[in-house]
Design a protein around this ligand. Sequence first.
Ligand code: SF4
Length: 768
Amino acid sequence: MSDPIKIAVRPLVEYVFRGGSLESGFRNMGTMVEGTKAHQKIQKQYSELDQSEVYLSVEIPFGDLLFVIDGRCDGILAAEDGTYTIDEIKSTSADIGLITEESYPVHWAQAKFYAYMYAKANGISAMSIQLTYVDLDVEEQRRFVQKLDFAELENFVNDMVGQYVPYAKMSARHRMRRNQSIVDLAFPFPGYRAGQRKLAGAVYKTIEEGVSLFAKAPTGIGKTISTTFPTLKAIGQGLLERLFYLTARTTTRTAAEEAFALMESKGLHLHAVTLTAKEKICFQEKVSCRKEDCEYADGYYDRINGAVLDILSNETRMNREVIEQYARKHRVCPFEFSLDVSYASDAIICDYNYIFDPRISLKRMFAEQKSQTVLLVDEAHNLVDRAREMYSSTLNYLSFVDLQQEFKDLNHGIHDVTQGLTAYLIKLREQAAQEPLILKEPPVDFMMMVESFALQAENELVNAGHAEQNTLLLDAYFAAQNFVRISKLYDERYVTYVEVIQQEVTIKMFCLDPSFLLGEMGKSFRSHIYFSATLSPLGYYRDMLAADEEDYSLSIPSPFSPEQLDVHVEPLSTRYHDRKGSKSRLVQLLFELTANRKGNYLFFFPSYAYMNEIHEAFMAQESDARVLLQRGNLSEEERDGFLSAFDAKNRRTLIGFAVMGGIFSEGVDLVGDRLTGVVVVGVGLPQIGLERNIIRDYFNEAGKDGFDYAYVYPGMNKVLQAGGRLIRSEADRGVIVLVDDRYLQPHYAALLPPEWRERMVVGRGLRG
Ligand code: SF4
């Protein structure tokens, strides 16, 4: 017999009873926020003999398989006549009067399972089963009761397990093959590069000890393979069941896919799935997930089990194309399908938000699964600002004003609540007219109004009807829903600010320090491996990414020879008020550099405005170079076109003007002579502005250096990323020019990589 198959009651019955269509994407606010409270309220009414939250477990042999099934039932009610009732509580804000005994077979199934487990453990010949529905809005309750004898319960449970068997068998076979292939897998290169073994060893040790790792690992050491390979080995050793490879960008997702492809070519057998954003992978022209609008939503749950079984039985690497192919074959939504596949996969390659964003995190992952899962967080320096956005929420005056008009005669509830919201925001507009209003306390009255709006909007959307207005309402509903969700997270790490720009009033609950929430969202996972070439200074990132004391830090030196790189500092001032004065000197420097040294260059600027200004002045010179300029909102084709111009065989010098922190300053690999020089203008500081100043003040008050946290560290990170485009392999050579006098200040210089500092020449190298 193979290893026992462990599964909880709820996922098992949900698997067997799945059926019907996808919902339109809005979820029940009431259930979401009050479900636990409703349970507790009912449980408080239990008598002394009754028990609540009872853990139950049972072993069920089935052919050559052994199932170990467990779960926690809401209540076991003991009657004086010695009979027992399983109580299963379900809370809803839908109309409770419409719920009948037949409405939710899956709820009966769950309760029957618990009844069987309790009866078997205690030798009871018959059990009663009760479903208790609680209406959250009016606090009404409705109960349905059935009585079954032990044989009926046993037949029912065996039937359910039988329906799960094909999937369980496929999983068990796959798991055995996977584990053996991992044990046999050798490192997929002839040898380890410098630094690789150290990183791989640290990753394995970190997972073994169940702690986390913060690794500064330079470009060129092969971070993807050095993190995935030891993690797979930990799976092979039974320490883990799965890994998430989390990235900020699509390009790094490709690198992870390639690593798994390489290891597969060496014998690895593994289910790896890549998640693609809903808007990108959707088969329809417009994302509208109602069954009336989308054939892939209609009947989704009737077909999903077959689709998942099919893809997992026949595929290992499930990238976007493969997901799309099977989604079409089974007529299921490709996005939801990819999520369903991910719950059953060994490696999931996806954006950070599937784990850390409360709006879209993979919610069906149970704590026990998390404890067998490792998060590999690539380019982890990006997570700080991404998390700030995930945990912040904004609402605007104008969207409510429009709704107030639209629903005047259609829905008085929505009209009245939006009227209240707009009146509130008009008052705030007066208070914030001169300068933004910054509040430490949450706007409780406003939050209550937003919550009431969300419930009204949800009812309207559920009942549909006013189709033309629904897009407007749906957008406002999602924004309000997010605002409500974020309001539940609000604490001393937040402020609320109100900003007025012309007629528009924006109110934002702004998360200043995301470390606590990152810790909460990432809780229960076995280990987190944060890695980046620019996780510097490490102390700052440990602080912002919620490191515990026992977590490891690692800093790996560059694998390249110092001779591959020349670093020049040009001590011009690029501060905003000095730019006019330093402009002609800067243009002259750029001209001389490219005139005297033929090659392919990237010039990075802190903003589009500054870049455009210098570009215009540069073009007035008589340069022979071909010059490209980054524009905002480039399409994927335009981006690829820009990069493909960087050809090692170019006869003329090529110059790309680009912005720091943009799409060309991170995750771009221009190996060999495709890039021979990088100029970084300025120290990358974000523009002085309201949000950055709020962050600065917050960290100052917290006893840290607020200016460093808000400006210097994020800015210098962009510098390191931009400069890091240059040397990508042992064969690369090139020059980095750092234009700013602040590079000579010890505080800034200390933030540069040692290999840059070693090679630094001041103010005399541009003539080549
Ligand atoms: S295919 Fe598009 S519209 Fe249809 S359910 Fe999926 S995401 Fe929604």
